[in-house]
Design a protein around this ligand. Structure first.
Ligand code: TXA
Ligand code: MG
Length: 347
């Protein structure tokens, strides 16, 4: 449907499905979400089943306005008011002390709940029509790539869910920034499109996120699992300005290449396909030779984020088994992109 003119009949059907406990995928400005009635524990458990997601990972509750956010929290600190005023609707999730009516299944039994008002017109129309808070993780299978189109959702979850609202490709492209406001000092739990710098302008300096943990280690907090947002291919990060690093990735790509016995000279016969996410062309000749599927991404963080998951989905579809990723700049505005690339590159 036209993202700016949501189809009323489809919205009304989707809202009805949500109210009766069914799952509906819908576009937000970040990524597509897999929605369920947040106050219906059975509906929420269906989300975990459809995603194959472990129950220790809490879900974000989506609402259409600040007054609806107040109904799922037990405290609304000034910092929440200030951040909501500045960034909602938008790609920011606030973690706050929860109200008793929020089921344990939503919060993974924690004393807090994550909340956000998305700014995508289709999401807002759906939330207003449904008149219930909607718990929604990204609409992908657990540990797989987040979806930025309805087609990505349909391939990952088609057949497992009641309905998918198609609002076209998402604008932001990576998941929301998550800030914990339940403690003494705001803490950045997940970097995203809204930078720590922008947040600090409103609430002062933020505490640092705890370092990620390995998937098999005891977890200190939710959503901090290292391997996440990962494509099927192995991701390898390298610094394109470092000649030695470039030489090593070329070697790596060669090392993995498996020429067919009848032709050991052409790269087109390799069994392993090498893709790449690059910031600029041309890349060094030695590099260009080993890459079958190059993707040049924009050199600004917002443009890069918008393209990132779609590009990784494309490389997966093209059968790439190794993806060489040029490191992005170190500035704060790139933190969300850098976080996703680092997590995806953990084998
Ligand atoms: O942009 C987004 O946030 C998308 C769209 C659909 O809204 N949703 C999304 O949900 O990315 P999900 O479930 O894939 O990621 C939710 C993140 C996880 O890292 C989770 O641990 C964290 O938010 N989170 C949710 N509730 C929390 C809580 N009470 N305390 C700490 N972290 C929480
Ligand atoms: Mg997710």
């Amino acid at each position: 449907m036209d993202p700016l003119l949501p189809d009323a009949a489809a919205i009304s059907r989707a809202a009805e499905l949500l109210r009766s406990g069914d799952l509906v995928a819908f576009p937000t400005e970040t990524v597509y979400g897999l929605g369920a009635h947040a106050l219906d524990a059975r509906a929420v458990r269906r989300v975990f089943e459809a995603k194959g997601r472990p129950a220790f990972n809490p879900l974000i509750v989506h609402v259409p306005e600040v007054m609806a956010a107040w109904t799922v929290v037990s405290r609304w600190p000034d910092s929440a008011g200030a951040l909501a005023e500045r960034f909602w609707p938008g790609p920011l999730t606030l973690v706050l002390p929860r109200a008793d009516r929020v089921p344990d299944d939503v919060t993974a039994s924690m004393p807090t709940v994550g909340i956000r008002i998305p700014r995508h017109p289709v999401a807002l129309a759906l939330l207003r029509e449904a008149r219930i808070p909607v718990a929604a993780p990204s609409a992908n299978r657990y540990t797989e790539l987040s979806p930025t189109t309805a087609q990505h959702v349909s391939r990952a979850l088609g057949g497992r869910i009641a309905m998918i609202l198609d609002g076209g490709p998402t604008q932001v492209g990576i998941e929301s920034t998550v800030v914990d406001l339940s403690g003494d000092r705001p803490m950045l739990l997940r970097p995203g499109a809204i930078s720590a710098y922008e947040l600090a302008e409103v609430v002062g300096p933020l505490g640092a996120p705890p370092p990620p943990v390995r998937a098999d280690a005891p977890r200190p907090g939710p959503g901090m699992v290292e391997k996440h947002y990962a494509p099927r291919a192995r991701l390898h990060l390298f610094d394109a300005g470092d000649g030695e690093a470039v030489r090593r990735v070329v070697e790596l790509a060669h090392g993995h290449a498996q020429p067919a016995p009848e032709d050991r000279t052409t790269a087109s016969h390799v069994r392993e396909r090498v893709g790449a996410l690059l910031l600029a062309s041309p890349s060094p000749a030695a590099l260009a030779q080993v890459i079958q599927e190059p993707r040049i991404l924009p050199r600004d963080p917002a443009g890069y984020a918008r393209r990132l998951y779609a590009a990784l989905h494309e490389l997966d579809d093209a059968g790439c088994t190794l993806v060489l990723v040029e490191r992005v700049p170190g500035e704060g505005a790139w933190a969300g992109v850098r976080d996703r690339l680092e997590r995806a590159s953990h084998a």
